[in-house]
Design a protein around this ligand. Structure first.
Ligand SMILES: *Cc1c(COP(=O)(O)O)cnc(C)c1O
Length: 393
């Protein structure tokens, strides 16, 4: 099944749609979990990468936790059966109702991103006669060397508490009795393929830890966030990220204190490669210089190319004819609605199935209804392979 697509089943389904390879998803979770277990590391899947209920339920069965960045995500995680004590909640702008939802569910930890937020969590917890466990999300000012829009740990980014406010924050925490400081949280960016910034992060966190120790503060939990990249160029030959290499960096360069728990929040690296956007060719047309393949999918289904200039490998699943050069675009009335320019595809005709690969993360979840389009549906390899299952439309 891996890398293969059940075209005969696709005939019964209206395009465009998301197709998830559940076997690959499970293999990827196993790879992440087995390596993390070796070092006694905890995984909290970042729900924002993909909150499809079935994807969440497959992940939940593996006993990992979740990282949420909104009340909606906390609700989605609870609905999928994640235990509240495995939910962490980050985000620069937590609304009162979202904090209250977390308090009512008694989630494991609020990753707080500012002094005013700490005060509000304290007030809301006090009003409920509860104690909220918080971790401080710290902006370590580390360049993740990734796309500008997915760098989060630089001085100029809105995320986290500045290092030079750390002392002040600890002073203020002493007067917020409904809060219990249980950890430090970091997340420096997404789609990191060069792992060197994680090494920098390790030494930075170790420094902060020493600084805290001088004040007599020792935290139980260190959360290094997510960010491990996937291979968008080679989804077939490199479908599972190198979790071993990734976790080894932290094991090598971050000496955890005795009894300290180490957490990670992988999103893209768990779900990125298992998802494909399946589309059909509506028209092939000659432009002034380029030949356009016009798909029935657009940025309404997958916005990453338009949003981040992201690359996705594109394959014609129907044609075996020799390749030609095309621009692959969608039907939306915006020039940014493209998937690729000047790529080689096997000679393409109306009705061919086109696979846009590595779309499992930040794909379906970012879909929108612009142009009054319908949100894409999702289909799963194990269900399509099961002869007794009828396809639900
Ligand atoms: C987005 C995000 C993640 C997941 O990032 P990936 O690059 O998908 O692994 C983890 N933690 C936080 C706080 C995030 O905002």
């Amino acid at each position: 099944m891996k890398g293969n697509f059940p075209l005969e089943k696709f005939e019964e389904i209206q395009t465009p749609f998301y197709f998830y390879n559940t076997e690959l998803l499970q293999d990827t979770i196993n790879a992440a979990k087995n390596t993390a277990d070796k070092y006694n590391y905890h995984i909290h899947y970042a729900v924002k990468a993909n909150a499809n209920p079935r994807i969440l339920s497959i992940i939940r069965r593996n006993g990992v936790g979740v990282d949420c960045v909104s009340g909606g995500e906390i609700q989605a995680a609870l609905d999928a059966g994640f235990p509240a004590d495995k939910i962490v909640f980050a985000g620069v702008g937590k609304a009162d109702w979202e904090i209250n939802l977390g308090l009512d569910a008694s989630i494991f930890c609020f990753n707080a991103e500012s002094i005013p937020e700490l005060k509000i969590i304290n007030d809301l917890a006090k009003a409920k006669n509860k104690t909220a466990s918080v971790a401080l999300r710290i902006n370590p000012d580390i360049d993740a060397h990734t796309h500008d829009h997915i760098t989060t740990g630089l001085k100029t980014n809105k995320f986290g508490i500045n290092l030079n406010q750390l002392d002040k924050t600890l002073d203020i925490l002493e007067n917020l009795p409904a809060l219990k400081l249980i950890g430090l949280h970091f997340h420096i960016g997404s789609q990191l393929t060069d792992l060197a910034p994680f090494r920098v992060l390790c030494s930075c966190v170790a420094d902060i830890q020493r600084q805290l120790a001088k004040r007599g503060v020792v935290v139980e939990n260190i959360n290094f966030g997510g960010g491990l990249g996937i291979n968008y160029n080679r989804p077939n030959s490199d479908p599972i990220p190198d979790f071993q290499n990734y976790f080894e960096i932290f094991h090598k360069y971050f000496p955890a204190l005795p009894h300290q728990q180490i957490h990670f929040e992988p999103g893209r690296s768990i779900v990125g490669q298992c998802g494909t956007l399946i589309s059909k060719v509506l028209y092939v047309k000659e432009g002034y210089s380029d030949k356009f393949v016009i798909l029935d999918a657009g940025f309404t289904e997958l916005i990453r190319p338009a949003f981040y200039k992201a690359y996705h490998k594109i394959e014609n699943l129907s044609s075996k004819e020799s390749p030609e050069t095309y621009d692959v675009v969608g039907p939306i009335c915006e020039s940014s609605d493209y998937f690729a320019t000047q790529i080689n595809l096997n000679k393409t005709r109306r009705g061919d199935y086109i696979a846009i690969r590595s779309a499992g993360a930040y794909g379906e979840i970012m879909a929108m209804q612009y142009n009054c389009r319908q949100l894409p549906k999702a289909y799963f390899s194990d269900i399509l392979a099961d002869k007794n299952e009828t396809i639900r439309h």
